[in-house]
Every structure is written in C-alpha cells, then in structure tokens.
Write a new protein. Structure first.
Length: 157
C-alpha cells in the first residue's frame, strides 16, 4: 500500500529523478517558461517554489542552499537578483501550470510551466507588427508536375 507517500517515481531511479528535477528547475528559472509532461510539471512546481522562496530570502545561507540544486551560476545570479525581487510581495504560488495537447510520439499529456509574473505585455489592438519580406510559394503545374520554369535539360535526366 502506498499510503502517505508523496511525490511520483516517474519511472526513474532516485538519482535520475533528482537530477531531472534539478535540470527542469534550472531551465524554468532561466527561460521562465518550459514545456514538459503533466506529471513532471506537477512535481516541478514544489521545487521551483522552494527556489523562489530562497531567492526572496537573499542571504548567504539561502544562496548556498539554492546553489546545491541549481546547475548554472547565471541562473543562481538571476534568481537572487531579479526573480527574488519580483516576488518579494507575493506569498507562494509562483508558478502556473497550463495543460496543453498530447505528445505526438507516445501520447503523454503535456503541460507548460511558467513563472507567474513573466507574461509578455499585451499587444495594442490597432498596432501592427513590422512586416517582413513575404515568402512566395513555388508554382506547380497540373497534377503535381513541376512548373515550366525549370530547364528542359534538368527534367530529361
């Protein structure tokens, strides 16, 4: 019986699962939005919230505790400089999980995990994006035959 056992095994050994969570939380704090499976996203939420709480504390002990989990020095610096300051007034709930479609290969349910304050600014309705060069489609002849634009010598070989 599995009474009172928290967390998911995710089909991995303990060391593999711990390292995967470290990589996921590092990527989440670096990019502020990642896409993963729904089960991994639900497990990642607790680890990410703990990291943001350490970033809010900001002392040396918290920095050393976060350095044990995070895989990159740049992410550690970003956590304590920008992310911790962003959530200083917020008490918990730093991540949002949005369910997405199913993965093409194995049908696993996907989810997007993002930091709550990381939304892009909404676009103004009348404002248009800068138009780049338009791409033209290649013309084809009837029934999928190549168009007459190709030289005859290339089609004979």
């Amino acid at each position: 019986m599995r009474h009172r056992l928290a967390g998911r095994k995710l089909g991995r050994t303990t060391a593999h699962r711990d390292m995967m969570m470290r990589n996921l939380v590092t990527s989440l704090l670096l990019y502020e939005k990642i896409i993963t499976t729904a089960a991994k996203a639900k497990d990642l939420r607790g680890v990410a919230d703990k990291m943001v709480t350490l970033g809010k504390r900001g002392d040396l002990a918290a920095r050393r505790q976060a350095a044990e989990t995070l895989m990159d020095e740049k992410v550690l610096k970003k956590l304590f400089d920008t992310i911790g300051a962003r959530y200083q007034e917020r008490n918990g709930g730093y991540t949002r999980i949005t369910k997405l479609d199913y993965r093409m290969g194995d049908g696993a349910p996907l989810a997007a995990v993002e930091l709550v304050g990381a939304e892009p600014a909404p676009e103004v309705k009348g404002e248009k994006k800068a138009a780049g060069p338009r791409r033209r489609r290649r013309r084809r002849g009837k029934r999928g035959e190549p168009a007459a634009e190709q030289p005859a010598a290339a089609s004979e070989s």
